[in-house]
Design a protein around this ligand. Structure first.
Ligand code: NAD
Length: 482
């Protein structure tokens, strides 16, 4: 099966007639081809967006909101088909795609359909100088949205929906590893009545199609989610062109467990925050720190639960973990596991092996893996692995765990388990993370600022932050006569 680019409301082949293979990671086979787009395709997408911009940016808010709601409805109506496509393309369990990925993609559009009509701007009265300032928030123009493979439609729409709600036109590129649901979105947008060219979806590699978007002189803002190294490259390319940048990058998140936490809730949630989506969520808590007094108990119970997790066919209801996204990625994850046998102070407690699933022998499966470490300075605690691998380590004091939690290049999220309110407040003040969950994980309210600090990125998505990012403030100062 061949998918196509979505440009000016039409489905088109890549201009170069070059194609890339698309793999089904749960079977390890090529099941389709995607456009290997280049600068010419991006230029065509840009031109379509530029033509659509005057009409879309001046459209009535109610009309914009109505169309975004229709897209949300179209996604909901195709829940089964989109979830199936996502599971096949990515290797994630179908149940996860049905419960999380696709509903969230619909929610993204509905949220920003509503937000478009609620967005307001500021006014400042300059008392004593007979002046009033009001701030206009204008759409930027044509913007670029680039997303990764781990939550394909979920993150793609998380960028596109606010960009459109704010009145911009978009050139978007999903990950070449998981392009399928982005392709299906084009059809949904047409059915919803999105004017031609308002959203354009170009498929292809980061180094060619992605590069053409970030270096395009007239694409004025880039919203990117992906790896930190790619983010740094985008910043180097786009910053001298004075593009607005939102960079949501990698993480190495601490999961800090105090002895006074609700033990059962903590244990069940920690299992999820470690291995949901095969550990391929930027928010997974991959460094687990446990207060020494409950360390042995936790270790025993956690490992018992991890061993019960079933790795298998994403389309089976009983699979807790599906396949990793690609062979290359599984090899990378396994290379980190191999360090446990090479570096001192590390002990493999469970997992660490490839899994062969009957009938899907070519798939990229691996066991959920837990490694005990003795220092937060070790490679496994410092580098993002982005797979089903967590480390365990005891701590004895709040100061000690805070120092270890912060001692990484990243600062995306942190999870804290405690029933002590003062400790919660103290830790929340000092943890270097953009998102802190206390006694829960991945509980999302789409109004809240989302993003990281340090090597986890710059800027915030979500709610009004996203609408502010996708608009250019313009202050008008009027002085009046007495
Ligand atoms: P990646 O950086 O390899 O790719 C992300 C996207 O960028 C893809 O669409 C890719 O084609 C594109 N790209 C690559 N090179 C480019 C270039 N030169 N110019 C423009 N675009 C380019 O990341 P990935 O492997 O797809 O995703 C995994 C990473 O994403 C992990 O590091 C993970 O932590 C991160 N992530 C972060 C968040 C967050 O919200 N902070 C969420 C999900 C994933």
């Amino acid at each position: 099966m061949r998918i196509q680019n979505y440009i000016a409301g039409e489905f088109t082949d890549p201009i170069s007639a070059q194609w890339l293979d698309n793999y089904n990671p749960s079977e390890g086979v090529v099941y389709g081809q995607i456009p290997n787009s280049n600068q010419a395709d991006v230029e065509a997408a840009y031109k379509a967006a530029e033509r659509a911009f005057p009409g879309w940016s001046r459209s009535a808010l109610e009309e914009r909101s109505r169309i975004l709601s229709e897209i949300s409805r179209g996604i909901q109506e195709r829940l089964d088909a989109l979830a199936t496509a996502e599971a096949k393309d990515n290797g994630k369990p179908l149940t996860l795609a049905k419960q999380i990925d696709i509903p969230r993609a619909a929610a993204n559009f509905q949220f920003f359909a509503n937000a478009a009509t609620q967005f307001s701007s500021e006014s400042h009265e300059t008392v004593g100088r007979n002046a009033v300032n009001f701030t206009l928030r204008k759409p930027i123009g044509v913007v670029g949205c680039i997303s990764p493979w781990n939550l394909p439609l979920y993150l793609f729409t998380w960028k596109i929906a606010p960009a459109l709600a704010a009145g911009n036109c978009v050139v978007a590129k999903p990950s070449e590893v998981t392009p399928m649901t982005a392709y299906l979105l084009g059809e949904i947008c047409n059915e919803a009545g999105l004017p031609k060219g308002v959203l354009n979806i170009v498929h292809g590699l980061g180094s060619t199609a992605g590069q053409a978007i970030i270096s395009h002189p007239n694409i004025k803002a880039i919203s990117f989610t992906g790896g930190t190294a790619t983010g740094a490259h985008i910043a180097r390319t786009a910053a001298p062109m004075f593009k607005k940048l939102s960079l949501e990058l990698g993480g190495k998140n601490p999961n800090i467990i105090f002895a006074d936490a609700d033990y059962d809730k903590m244990l069940a949630t920690t299992l999820r925050s470690s291995f949901a989506n095969q550990g391929q969520i930027c928010l997974c808590g991959s460094r687990i720190f446990v207060e020494a007094s409950i360390y042995e108990r936790f270790k025993t119970d956690f490992i018992a639960k991890v061993k019960e997790l079933k790795v298998g066919d994403p389309f089976s209801d009983t699979s807790n973990l599906g396949a990793l996204v690609s062979e290359e990625h599984r090899n990378k994850v396994l290379s980190y596991v191999a360090l446990a046998g090479q570096e001192s102070g590390m002990k493999l407690l469970t997992g660490g092996n490839k899994v062969v699933v009957k009938g899907k022998e070519g798939g990229y499966y691996m066991e959920p893996t837990v490694i005990e470490v003795t220092s937060n300075k070790c490679t496994l605690n410092q580098e993002e692995i982005f797979g089903p691998v967590v480390t365990l380590m005891p701590f004895t004091s709040e100061e000690e765990v805070l120092e270890m939690a912060n001692d990484v290049p990243y600062g995306l999220s942190a999870t804290l388990w405690t029933s002590n309110l003062s400790r919660t407040m103290r830790m929340s003040q000092y943890l270097q993370a953009g998102i802190i969950w206390v006694n829960t994980w991945l509980l999302r309210d789409l109004r809240t600022p989302f993003g990281g600090m340090k090597a986890s990125g710059v800027g915030r998505e979500g709610g009004l932050e996203a609408l502010r990012f996708f608009t250019e403030p313009k202050n008008v100062c009027i002085q009046y006569d007495e």
